[in-house]
Design a protein around this ligand. Structure first.
Ligand SMILES: *Cc1c(COP(=O)(O)O)cnc(C)c1O
Length: 495
């Protein structure tokens, strides 16, 4: 049966999965959502005998119904291959009373690789299926990790160009170095004088500029998005929740149908929304625990029902979660508004006009499976140190936010349900913050000395992604103002 997609903002026409992937964002500014969430059609026991790639096919075939089996398997096999440094793709580490689901074993050592290693293949396949002649221009705003993962995924992919905007002073030194050393004739990296929300708003404005779209078309280009609003990123993320559950079952850590909780360090709300989709597909997930850093918009939202971005933007040691507008939340809002696009549109208009909106009591009552909390900078550092001292396991700052919120949840709710803490980045990506959390004596050391020190105290091999940038040449040095973003795009495309 064909599953179609529609926008969260109007009751207009439906599109196929491949069309939704190509467009990224709907023309009315809404996000594409499946018209229903499919149910898993294999039992968890059957799934627990599969490899990551086999299981990925079982999940994705239910959402991407206009891809042939051959096309989808080709995309999956090109994505989840030796770029990952472990055959399991997403290993689970049991530590400190939780299961850490490590999503950082791909090319750029952050969880963004889970989706961005497959998106270029889904996108180029979708272009072929829809007889697209234009070159696809990927336009992306990044809070640090998406940028590099998208660049790595799209570099030198024929028929594509990729432009990444990042906040010049809002990413870690290693994140920045990873991006500005990116090779590939079709890649372009730009720092902006602004924060992530400025970058994301700027990119959305370029997307929604109809005049520019026409000009692009005349020059043989069309935009698409690698941001987590693209359904082609969201669905591949559903896979690892099903896989993680099936691994726990295979390893007899849980019984069949036992419900588990998941804790997700959250920024744009993509990763936790994927867990929500997995739950709606029939995976026995109980609570979805949403962990925020000091930019605790989502925590406040789950408590009060009001989403309010009118507050200071705080730069933290978990920069990939420094976000005040969590784009993917719109998909949840639409769902709890009974899929009423007009109602959702009203709320989103209020958000862009007044910076806030409030949901009704009835909508709020559908959020009972969610729990929100946050970790301060000090708490985040403390939890890294404590887990290292107690177990020798070293987690990155984003994962630490989740670990801390999990502790708060247990104290708060006295819930002993077995729990997956989603581990979204390698500690090697945020070496300085991680090492200084463990001991302040590290604060005077250089970034790469810290890498070697982390290797010494953890015994975890230095990832290839870090070795690669030690001596890499800087290839991108463009910096622009927020208002110049469109101009910069046109210059790069020589329009
Ligand atoms: C992007 C990112 C997050 C936030 O994920 P969302 O899907 O945007 O909520 C958390 N941790 C790391 C390391 C990330 O790169």
């Amino acid at each position: 049966m064909e599953l179609l997609y529609k926008s969260t903002r109007s009751e207009s026409k439906t599109v196929t999965a491949s069309q939704a992937i190509l467009k990224g964002l709907a023309e009315d500014g809404g996000l594409f959502v499946p018209t229903s969430i499919p149910q898993l059609d294999k039992s968890i026991v059957e799934l627990s005998k599969m490899t990551y790639q086999e299981l990925a096919f079982e999940v994705m075939k239910l959402f991407f119904t206009d891809f042939t089996e051959e096309e989808l398997k080709a995309c999956i096999n090109k994505a989840y291959d030796a770029k990952f440094d472990t055959e399991e793709i997403t290993p689970i580490v049991k530590a400190d009373g939780a299961y850490y689901l490590e999503l950082f074993h791909g090319a750029t050592i952050a969880f963004k690789d889970m989706a961005l290693s497959i998106l270029p293949h889904l996108l180029t396949t979708a272009a072929k299926k829809n007889q697209v002649k234009n070159e696809i221009v990927i336009l992306t705003a990044t809070s640090g990790d998406t940028g590099k993962a998208a660049l790595a995924g799209f570099a030198d992919v024929p028929g594509t160009k990729i432009i990444v905007f990042y906040p010049k002073d809002g990413v870690s030194p290693i994140q920045e170095k990873q991006m500005i050393t990116q090779k590939g004739e079709n890649t372009f990296v730009v720092g902006i004088n602004g924060n992530f929300d400025d970058a994301q708003t700027g990119v959305k404005a370029i997307f929604n500029n109809k005049g520019l779209a026409d000009e692009m078309n005349q020059s043989g280009y069309q935009f698409s998005s690698a941001n987590s609003i693209n359904i082609g990123r969201l669905i591949p993320q559903v896979v690892y929740y099903v896989y993680a559950y099936s691994r726990l079952l295979a390893n007899e850590e849980i019984c069949e149908n036992e419900r588990i909780n998941v804790v997700v360090p959250t920024g744009n709300f993509g990763n936790i929304l994927a867990a929500y989709y997995a739950k709606n597909m029939g995976l026995p997930i109980d609570k979805l625990i949403c962990a925020s850093n000091d930019n605790k918009v989502l925590y406040d939202f789950f408590i009060t029902g009001e989403y309010n971005r009118n507050r200071d933007f705080i730069l933290t040691s978990s920069p990939s979660m420094d976000i005040l507008i969590s784009s993917n939340l719109e998909r949840l809002i639409y769902k709890i508004a009974d899929c009423d696009a007009n109602k959702n549109h009203e709320l989103m208009s209020a958000l862009s006009k007044n910076g806030k909106y409030e949901i009704t009591e009835e909508m709020k009552s559908q959020l009972v499976d969610f729990y929100g909390n946050y970790a301060t900078e000090e708490e985040t550092a403390q939890v890294i140190k404590q887990i290292y001292q107690d177990t020798n396991y070293i987690i990155d700052t984003h994962t630490a936010v989740a670990a801390c919120v999990y502790k708060k949840y247990k104290t708060d709710k006295k819930d002993k349900t077995k729990t997956i803490v989603v581990s979204t980045a390698s500690p090697y990506k945020f070496t300085r913050s991680v090492m200084c959390a463990i001991d302040n004596k590290y604060s005077s050391m250089s970034d790469f000395d810290l890498v070697d020190e982390l290797n010494k105290i953890s015994g975890v091999e230095v990832p290839q992604a870090i070795e690669d940038i030690r001596s890499a040449k800087i290839l991108h040095n463009t910096v622009c103002e927020v208002v110049e973003m469109q101009k910069v795009v046109k210059e790069f495309l020589e329009m």
